[in-house]
Design a protein around this ligand. Structure first.
Ligand code: SF4
Ligand code: SF4
Length: 104
């Protein structure tokens, strides 16, 4: 299970590096995020949620019941869109609202 980071999209904000509980992501001298230990990633998706430009991609492989789809996120206020692109190119978009988490 692992993520990839699109270097061209990365704006160097450092958020993914700050939130990774395993300290797996470092900022390079060129101010780009790089995952140093992809095999150690356990897929908590924290970096995915924090990236403001959708540069972090999460591979949904067979090890977690996926079929090779790729997921990234878009944020708009409290709303997070989880955009899943399947190998055949079709997309599914799920939305979560962080305000709802405080209801319970
Ligand atoms: S998914 Fe979680 S463990 Fe993996 S790199 Fe991102 S923040 Fe770290
Ligand atoms: S959160 Fe996104 S834009 Fe910010 S450093 Fe990480 S990959 Fe780059």
């Amino acid at each position: 299970m692992s993520i990839t980071i699109n270097e061209e999209q990365c704006i160097g904000c450092g958020r993914c590096s700050e939130v990774c509980p395993g300290t797996l992501i470092e900022m390079t001298a060129q101010h780009k995020a790089a995952i140093l230990y992809p095999r150690d990633c356990w897929g908590c998706a924290s970096c995915l949620k924090e990236c403001p430009v959708g540069a972090v991609r999460f591979f949904l492989g067979p090890d977690i019941g996926g079929r090779g789809a790729v997921m990234y996120t878009k944020r708009n206020g409290s709303i997070t869109q989880w955009i899943i692109t399947k190998p055949d190119g079709t997309q599914t978009v799920l939305e979560t609202d962080s305000r709802a988490a405080n209801k319970y």
